[in-house]
Ligand binder design. Structure first.
Ligand SMILES: C[S@@+](CC[C@H](N)C(=O)[O-])C[C@H]1O[C@@H](n2cnc3c(N)ncnc32)[C@H](O)[C@@H]1O
Length: 354
């Protein structure tokens, strides 16, 4: 068995990689002004929203926009302001994109990304006027409270990304969620909770109408940022090369690779799961690893490849396939594949760069 914990990324580093085309990370691409769906995996962080919208204007965020009807109505009603919508559901993203095109709205951009990840990575400190959350999933069971969006860590992050006086605006049918969010904001200590009238259309989202038809009371709460944060959670730095390692030793015997070799590596608050390694068809000596990298704000499926180079050494590297975002635990995926090979083959590690 390999180690229970992966080392921090820098501990394994034993040398800088020379230029090698196989190790070039995906090139970063600044967002094109006309594109509604943001290709954030390749975008420099934070996103240059002025470029993405083709102008500088006050910026608003909506999290979990569902079918996008509120996003579009608000954007049409506020043509001098720019609106970014986040969603995790593919179907919702497609519906909202269709709506944006149908209504020919110029001031909406959409990203398929989770709220905590996107708020941290896509937005600069003090760049957002407001964050709207309409009818967030309530996660009513106590043991599921940690899945709720408006928890203290979210208020803390928002205290960096919102402008002074910026607002988090919550609409919910769930009185316990309302009480929970109020308590979390008060515990953060930087927000005022002014009385506020719900804006037009906020109680006419798809979910609002559903809850209203069921006779549920609907609530609206504004959290106003009175004391903006002086500290700003950093944006992910993009590496200059793909994480990799060099191994030496005898040829990998594919018949010796275990059929069931799933391994889970805890990595701080993250997990790296190596599902299996298998010999790639047609390749003389090449093993592909399918790996899930589960971090608190982002889960990714990545491929790591090990292949014998003409020089005789085996390189183990992250594949560019799927545009993985190279986070600390994605570096850990390469480490996990190296450990897997050390365990199941006679190879030895010569150099680790991850
Ligand atoms: C109950 S629905 C409300 C949809 C819409 N706001 C409305 O009022 O009709 C909650 C939405 O939040 C989305 N969602 C859940 N967690 C999210 C997250 N972490 N980031 C972005 N969207 C999320 C879900 O996919 C879902 O579409």
């Amino acid at each position: 068995m390999g180690p229970a914990n992966l080392p921090p990324a820098h501990e394994g580093r034993q040398g800088e990689a020379a230029f090698d085309p196989d190790l070039q990370p995906p090139a970063l691409v600044v967002p094109e002004p006309g594109r509604v769906l943001l290709a954030w995996r390749r975008a420099p962080f934070p996103v240059d929203w002025a470029r993405a919208f083709g102008r500088s204007a006050p910026l608003h965020l909506e999290v979990g926009f569902g079918d996008g009807r509120y996003t579009v109505r608000r954007a049409l009603a506020q043509p001098s302001q720019d609106h970014v919508g986040l969603e995790v559901s593919n179907v919702s993203v497609q519906r909202a994109l269709a709506r944006v095109r149908r209504e020919a709205v110029a001031n909406v951009r959409v990203a398929k990304a989770g709220a905590a990840f996107a708020l941290r990575q896509l937005f600069a400190p003090r760049s957002l006027e407001s964050i709207t959350v309409n009818f967030p999933d309530p996660w009513p069971k106590e043991r599921h409270e940690r899945h709720r969006l408006l928890r203290r860590p979210f208020f803390a992050l928002a205290a960096s990304r919102l402008v002074a006086g910026g607002e988090i605006r919550l609409a919910t049918d769930h009185s316990e969620y309302l009480a929970f969010a109020r308590a979390e904001a008060r515990a953060d200590g930087r927000y005022g909770l002014p009385a506020a009238e719900p804006p037009d259309a906020v109680f006419e989202t798809k979910y609002a109408l559903k809850w209203r038809d069921l006779g549920k009371p609907l609530h609206y709460q504004v959290f106003r940022l009175d004391q903006p944060s002086d500290t700003h959670p950093s944006h992910l730095e993009r590496p200059l090369h793909m994480p990799h390692a060099f191994l030496t030793g005898p040829a990998i015997d594919p018949t010796q690779l275990p059929a069931d070799a799933k391994r889970v590596f805890p990595y701080g608050p993250a997990h790296v799961i190596v599902h299996e390694g298998w010999q790639a068809l047609g390749a003389a000596e090449q093993v592909l690893f399918r790996v899930t990298v589960d971090e608190p704000e982002l889960t990714q499926q990545v491929l790591v490849v090990a292949l014998r180079r003409p020089s005789g050494e085996v390189i183990v590297r992250l594949e560019r396939f799927g545009d993985p975002l190279i986070t600390p635990a994605v570096r850990g995926a390469v480490h996990a594949a190296v450990e897997w090979l050390l365990e199941h083959t006679a190879l030895q590690a010569r150099e680790r760069n991850y």
